[in-house]
Design a protein around this ligand. Structure first.
Ligand SMILES: Cc1ncc(COP(=O)(O)O)c(C=O)c1O
Length: 435
């Protein structure tokens, strides 16, 4: 395992005088501190002994039930047996790597993709093949060639991509599910940001489209002919077990608080069972206290089940404003040669500089001006994408966003001016060095 020079540089950006667009951190101003304080008190009063005890690896049953019910509101009839609670989605990625990846296995990802997944799966000696994205997400017309290389699974972030900022269109979601089914390549759908939509209509998750398209599809083997697992009796609540080609991940990190380290996997029971064994060896179970507090916040307060809805509405308002402030500031301060994505939700914007610029080299200049971002090569499995970078718009307040973008505009404008002032020969060798 290797550390990364970029991570080392980004550590410098943690000091308070740096305006950091680097991390994917929620705005601390919106953390529901009072709701946590009240819920913690209620849990300790009502269930103190249980909350401080070891608990089941699969997770706190009432929380699994709550998640299965929430999935049903999306249109997926999962049972609590289809749900595993994990210590963050990052752990879910690691668990799935542990269960699914043999050394040398090929994983298909979008290009760019989430750095944390690459980090987790490189440790299991995975290799990567990539398919590029445009403003409508993964370019599914380029998928077939990558699928013929025989990847073990696809890793897809359909909503408000990290780092790409784009959303996979409904038409492409349907095609992607068709390809997954036709080539027998399952999908890991990572959806931490799905609820943070600032405009437009909610699009169904891949797991839902898979359930619609694969249910009773004619001409399929008995094993695959039903989306629900007929070989297992329904559980005590009469709920069928789901199966299908998609493993769905989501998290409370962006809607409640990342410090909770609480997330979930929804998958066929066979996958949940194997991940549970892997999790036992990793941490026995996710913190009982945190699970009980989260469950209490979600169900036990004065607003009961409505707490999360109301809270997510607040987060959306705050982040929508920050996104718009950043977009307006970029229009004002970035030179015309710089392009960026337009995110309908989530936390990130993806920026493309002219080909001859190297975002990692420019980060040193940006940090000298006390502003930071993540260079895009970190999100490319093959280390390319030198002229790209990711900006986060959730963490800094509007005033800091304006100031930080103005400083970045200076860094980029000066770099472009320097390049344009070069002789053609020098410019050509710089371009060669960066591609
Ligand atoms: C795409 C994606 N997956 C997983 C994670 C990890 O989330 P968690 O805090 O639940 O571990 C993140 C965090 O930013 C993310 O962006």
């Amino acid at each position: 395992m290797k550390g990364s020079a970029i991570r080392e540089l980004l550590k410098l950006t943690e000091s308070p005088e740096i305006i950091s667009f680097g991390g994917g951190m929620p705005a601390p101003e919106v953390f529901p501190v009072d709701a946590f304080r009240a819920a913690t008190e209620r849990v300790l009063l009502k269930q103190g002994k249980q909350a401080l005890q070891y608990s089941a690896t699969e997770g706190y049953r009432p929380l699994r039930e709550w998640i299965a019910k929430k999935m049903a509101t999306y249109g997926i009839e999962s049972a609590p047996e289809n749900v595993l609670i994990t210590s963050g989605s990052q752990q879910a990625l690691d668990l799935l790597g542990k269960v699914l990846i043999n050394p040398g296995d090929l994983i298909l990802t979008e290009k760019p993709t989430y750095l944390g997944a690459l980090q987790a799966w490189r440790a299991y000696q995975a290799e990567f093949t990539t398919v590029p994205m445009d403003q409508d997400g993964l370019q599914v017309n380029l998928l077939e060639e990558a699928l013929t290389a025989g990847p073990k699974f696809m890793y897809i972030l359909p909503n408000f991509h990290n780092p790409g900022g784009v959303t996979l269109s409904l038409e492409r979601r349907r095609k992607l599910i068709e390809f997954s089914d036709r080539y027998g390549v399952p999908i890991i759908e990572d959806d931490p940001y799905g609820e943070l939509r600032y405009e437009g209509d909610h699009l169904p998750p891949l797991v839902v489209i898979d359930s619609e398209q694969c249910r009773n599809r004619p001409g399929r083997s008995i094993e695959k002919s039903s989306y629900y697992d007929e070989s297992k009796p329904a559980n005590g609540n009469g709920r069928a077990y789901m199966r299908g080609n998609v493993i769905y991940l989501s998290t409370f990190s962006k809607t409640l608080a990342p410090g909770l380290r609480l997330a979930w996997v929804v998958a066929p029971v066979e996958v949940i069972e194997r991940c549970t064994v892997a999790k036992q060896g990793m941490d026995l179970h996710t913190a009982t206290l945190n699970q009980l507090i989260a469950h209490e916040i979600l169900t036990g307060g004065a607003d009961g089940d409505d707490f999360l809805k109301g809270h997510v509405r607040l987060i959306r308002d705050v982040y929508r404003e920050r996104r718009d402030v950043m977009l307006t500031a970029m229009e004002r301060h970035f030179p015309p040669q710089v392009k960026w994505s337009y995110p309908a939700g989530g936390l990130f914007l993806w920026v493309t500089l002219p080909k001859y610029l190297d975002a990692a080299a420019l980060l040193t200049e940006a940090v000298a001006r006390k502003v930071a971002y993540v260079p895009g090569s970190a999100f490319h499995p093959a280390g390319d994408g030198h002229n790209t970078l990711r900006l986060n718009f959730s963490f800094c307040n509007p005033e800091k966003i304006n100031e930080g973008i103005s400083r970045l505009g200076e860094v980029f404008s000066e770099a472009i001016e320097r390049h344009e002032g070069m002789s053609t020969e020098d410019a050509f060798s710089t371009l060669q060095a960066t591609i």
